[in-house]
Ligand binder design. Structure first.
Ligand code: PZK
Length: 287
């Protein structure tokens, strides 16, 4: 627990505390959500895997854009970061047609105003990655918006900048992941501005909670893809006939162990760093 730090915000599986006027502490718990419901059973070390992966990507994308990372704490789950003025935009990049992108395409033939070729199937790779911003809904799902609405929210110049930077980041990370057998189907990035008005990448970056990770070996367009990390949890929940409304079910030990192993595998495959080395010294991912 952070010593005498004021709680600032709660996400579904993360918390933010204020360290001082300029710095925040982002703490990733081991909670897991599926079908938008947080389950009562935790996945040991999940928060450490996500924190380590974010740190790894922040360190490697620094040449592309500034980011909020100041340091990783020895607990492996806490990130000290710069306090920013967050942009009111979820910066989504899609390289493949999945989730709400697939739903919008099937209904209208386009996604957030991007006209796409006819005849694409679910999970198809897009001709080019597309920037499909959304806004944080007060309740429930984020709302996909078109370019005009995004420009209303952040201005034309800032929109062009976040679009360009988001696409560059996605290309960098998806090329990196593809070379290691993981399809990074899409991702959600969040940006803020520092006191100078410089654009800064914030939140988490290219984790399985903010992106769809698919095992490349099993990639088969034409339907939904198995998730690299959560598939055991989804399959188990489906097998119960659970209604996908709270409360979620407890997970059996073998589902917990299998899911933990998948998170650790994602970490080690992408970073090339042993998870034990991360636990011994989290800042190993920054070097
Ligand atoms: C910030 N969130 C979303 C994430 C939560 C909520 N560097 C920053 N400066 C100012 N604000 C934020 C950040 C970051 N990151 C991000 N809310 C505020 C969020 C995780 C857990 F509870």
């Amino acid at each position: 627990m952070p010593e005498a730090a004021a709680h600032v915000a709660s996400g579904k599986v993360r918390e933010i505390y204020a360290l001082d006027d300029e710095r925040l502490l982002l703490v990733a718990s081991d909670r897991i959500s599926t079908f938008d419901v947080v389950l009562p059973t935790e996945i040991p070390d999940k928060g450490r895997v996500l924190t380590g992966l974010s740190g790894f990507w922040f360190a490697r994308t620094r040449p592309l854009v500034a980011n909020h990372l100041l340091g990783l704490r020895a607990d492996g789950r806490s990130t000290e970061c710069r306090r920013l003025a967050m942009l009111p935009l979820e910066c989504v990049v899609r390289g493949y047609l999945s989730g709400s992108g697939w739903k919008d395409y099937r209904a209208t033939g386009n996604v957030c105003g991007h006209a796409l070729p006819a005849g694409l199937v679910e999970s198809a790779q897009l001709p080019e990655p597309i920037f499909t911003p959304s806004t944080k809904a007060q309740e429930g799902h984020d709302e996909n918006i078109d370019r005009a609405r995004a420009v209303e929210l952040v201005g034309e110049e800032r929109f062009q900048e976040v679009e360009r930077v988001s696409l560059e980041l996605y290309r960098f990370a998806s090329d990196y992941a593809a070379a290691r057998g993981i399809v990074l189907a899409d991702t959600k990035l969040e940006f803020g501005l520092d006191a100078d008005g410089t654009l800064v990448l914030a939140d988490e970056a290219f984790t399985p909670d903010s992106s769809r990770f698919w095992p490349a070996e099993e990639y088969t367009p034409g339907g939904p893809q198995p998730s690299f990390d959560k598939q055991f949890v989804r399959d188990y929940c489906e097998s119960l006939g659970w209604e996908k409304t709270p409360p979620g079910p407890e997970l059996p030990d073998e589902v917990v162990a299998g899911t933990r192993a998948r998170y650790v595998e994602a970490f080690e495959t992408l970073t090339g760093i042993g998870f034990d080395a991360y636990l011994a010294d989290p800042e190993v991912v920054l070097r």
